[in-house]
Write a protein that binds this ligand. Structure first.
Ligand code: RNT
Ligand code: ZN
Length: 438
């Protein structure tokens, strides 16, 4: 536990050190508090959802792995876990919900028939917790997705079903945005693709364009709702071809003026989304980032404070478009560790990265660059790495009434003991020991 006096002293020193570089630390904290991050509901239950009791929904080329006990089995449990996670994260944020997390009150309803009423309890809950909401149609884990094709399916009946699902989701997303007073981003990701080399790469893409155009036909006020489309290189079982590739969706988003979603795990292993942000912002009205971490493949590991996260945060901050055109969300699902901790680690890491980015003396760096003084630029970049941003972070947390340092982890341990360990471990698949307690 950091002593209050130490925390304040460290902060004063940080203020002084950053002032040497012309950076006003207090002003930076004021900006940080305005940046919301969309917390992905699906980390809480391994992408299970609430369509059927005990359903295991991972599928469609994505896969949660691990059997850590205590996963949320009901809507109430998931909400309680999210509330716990958000109580350990400074600032006001958003909830990113998938359509398969509907609240159908015991009467199951198929995906093409979902309505606002099936999400009203989520909207009410979000309002009570001062959260904005984002939304996703669920184009996987369904009998009509079992072929591996949804919006690109050659059978018009199947394709229509999924178009109807997309249309329903946009209306629900718009209702969320309207009721919560902040636009909902509804993100379309489909798994559609082939395990092996296709004979026809064009057909599915032509059908996808037609499906998307029909899905998006109804105009919706951008003040309440925004459409985003998410590209992907491959999925498990879709290694050779995915219809919704990077080039496909970049073209679609630019030509239809939709938001493009960049997921950090959806490109070739050395291809980084941080490099793409400035280009996409040139021609798309906005960006949704799925901040994730690939390990060898689109493995959806918990987001770390690593070089790529810092690069993403710096590109977002330097663009000056965070307030209106860049939407930040997390996207990963690790079932091998405490799931609530997984959320907190990722949220805090992204906020730390944004803080570090905001603390950059960007004017000085750009000046050096424009004068072709690349030596000065390099020296500055290297010097900045050692500045005491962590003291600013701890102070920021304390100011927001959130545990600084590692104290949040004590809370997680208590929550695990009191709440998670009481849940039936059978559906979490395990007899695993809970985390080590000391
Ligand atoms: C899948 C995409 C997509 C999903 C969520 C659950 O590869 O990243 O965003 O993770 O829709
Ligand atoms: Zn994603």
């Amino acid at each position: 536990m950091i002593k209050e006096q130490t925390l304040i002293q460290a902060y004063r020193i940080a203020q002084e050190r950053y002032a040497e570089f012309g950076v006003d630390v207090d002003a930076v904290m004021k900006v940080l508090e305005t940046i919301p991050i969309s917390l992905h509901c699906w980390q809480g239950d391994d992408v299970g959802g609430f369509e059927k009791v005990g359903a295991e929904l991972s599928g469609g080329g994505i896969q949660a792995t691990g059997n850590y006990p205590g996963k949320a089995r009901t809507i109430d449990e998931l909400r309680s876990d999210i509330e716990k996670a958000l109580s350990l994260v400074p600032g006001h944020h958003r909830l990113n919900l998938h359509a398969c997390y509907l609240d159908h009150g015991g009467k199951s309803v198929d995906r093409n028939e979902i309505q606002v009423c099936h999400f009203q309890s989520w909207i009410d809950w979000a309002k009570a917790n001062r959260l904005g909401m984002d939304f996703n149609p669920t184009f996987f884990s369904h009998p009509l997705a079992a072929d591996g094709f949804t919006l690109t399916h050659p059978d018009p009946a199947v394709r229509n079903f999924w178009i109807e699902h997309g249309i329903a989701c946009r209306r629900i997303g718009a209702a969320m945005g309207r009721q919560l007073g902040t636009p909902t981003v509804t993100n379309v990701w489909i798994p559609d693709g082939y395990k092996d080399t296709p004979a026809d790469r064009s057909g599915p893409r032509e059908r996808l364009t037609d499906s998307l155009d029909r899905m998006f036909a109804e105009p919706i006020d951008p003040r309440v709702h925004l459409d985003a489309v998410e590209a992907k290189l491959f999925g498990i079982g879709m290694e050779s071809y995915t219809a919704g590739s990077a080039e496909y969706y970049l073209g679609y988003a630019v030509s239809r003026q939709k938001l493009l979603t960049l997921d950090a795990g959806h490109y070739h292993p050395t291809e980084m989304i941080s490099e793409k942000i400035s280009s996409v912002l040139m021609f798309c009205p906005g960006l949704l980032l799925h901040v994730s971490r690939p390990v060898r493949w689109d493995s959806d590991h918990v987001v770390l404070l690593d070089d790529e996260l810092l690069a993403i945060a710096k590109e977002c901050v330097r663009s000056g478009k965070l307030a209106d055109r860049i939407h930040l969300g997390l996207d990963y699902f690790d079932a091998s560790i405490n799931r609530v901790a997984a959320w907190v680690i990722g949220m805090r890491n992204l906020l730390k990265a944004l803080l570090i980015a905001l603390l950059e003396p960007i004017g000085t760096l750009r000046d050096a660059e424009n004068r072709m003084d690349f030596t000065h630029r390099l020296v500055l970049f290297e010097e900045l790495k050692g500045l005491p941003w962590a003291a600013v972070w701890d102070y920021y947390c304390a100011q927001k009434g959130v545990a600084p340092g590692m104290a949040w982890f004590d809370e997680i341990r208590r929550y695990e003991e009191r709440v998670l360990s009481q849940r039936d471990s059978a559906c979490a698949g395990g007899t695993r020991e809970l985390m080590h307690k000391d």
